[in-house]
Design a protein. Sequence first.
Length: 490
Amino acid sequence: MEVTVSASTVFKLSPLTIALFVASQVTYANDDMEVMEVLGHTPEGIDITIDSDQLAKSQAQDLNDIFRKDAEISVGGSSGVSQKIYVRGLEDTMLNVSIDGAAQSGNLFHHQGRLSIEPELLKQVDVSAGAGRATDGPGALGGAIKFTTKDAHDLLTAGETYGAMLKGGYYTNNEGYKVSASLYGEVADQLGLLASFGYVDGDNIEDGKGQEQPYTALEQQVAILKLSGQLNDEHYLSVSYDYRNDDGRRLNRPHFQPSFKNAPLDQETDRSTFTLNHKYNASDLFNLDTTFYYTDSRLAHKDHPRWGTSDGSIQTSGVKIFNTSKLTGHTLVYGLDYKKDKSEFETNYDGKKNDEEKGTVYGLFVQDDWMLTETIILTAGARYDWYELTDNMEQDFDSSGFSPNVGINYNPLEGLNLFASYAEAFRGQQIKELFVIDYRENDPNRKPEEARNLELGANYQYDDFFAGITFFDSTIKDVVTNQGLRAPHN
């Protein structure tokens, strides 16, 4: 099976955005759907950056609010538990998504979203669209999204050593409210501590016609604890813990209408993420960045009238280590990463069942930005990844692949940037969707997935004016699908 995203163009006029569709289409099997476009491009491969000021002005409350001004990205799902991110028409399961460097892996349930984040304490969001740089991580078929949260020093103003922030809000649509409390300060010289807690409660929402949508009430709890700071001129340390919980009575498929096939049931989702990051900047040649992380994402369906009670989790642990060396005209980034996924699923449907899968990926990568002249930057990089998977039927899959990239940025005039790039991405066999483990077996001939992305375009910026146009063509080969209730296959 093959997915193709092709020939899209965007024109942006700051602060307003005007999107022009030239010949945009996504081909998925035999169905066509429109694709959102690209806003811009940088030598670092980042197409979109959303900072805390933009998030504050938009009063973002969920994923849809975070990305609502970016034409390249769309968010589907009216409720938080059903929201999914699409970049150039590709679902977030085809992207590498991280929170403070911690990978958010796996797919819990195809009728629900897999990502959750608290916008209030986001510092920045970076989006790389399409297969790109080697630093985007293993298996980034459709690109990467990197969420970075705030720390105590982001909230402290000049001269302050401690502070507090209390917030409250009321939503008229569902008669809901949100309250949060944050405490932050320096516990030692340049070492800050942030503790934040939030709670959201609301009744059923009303649609545009004023009709109440049943089973959309929500209750959410959020907690963030982060210790971070510049210990001295050479060492930076950050330790963080991020927890989110959502509890409510929802439809089994929350993005569908109620029906006899879509019964309501009690659902609970929660995510815990732990991250340890250390940076050691000794010289232009030695600037080492190390991140250890662990994420546990869980989904529980309780007392479904047909399927009973099901409870499952995906646990992801890993490390990424890379060094940045600045040479004459070159910025060279090279390193390694390791990630282990484990899914566990338990259900009492048709007798008590317990299933699990384990997958690992090891990778080596290098990326170089070469300033050939004052107006030309050449970029080139590659990564090689090894995948291992043991599924719930004790089938073993092993694969490995090469992901190269090359690009050029040319600035013929002040403010004008012309660019072109080509990249490939390889993704081996991974753990399958959590809520199908108990009844869908992997095709024994399941193959790795491979993506190719070609793009070119131009950006122009003069003071507050910005305009850009991008053409791209992306193809993903051997896409894994569950179509027709068959085993996951290509």
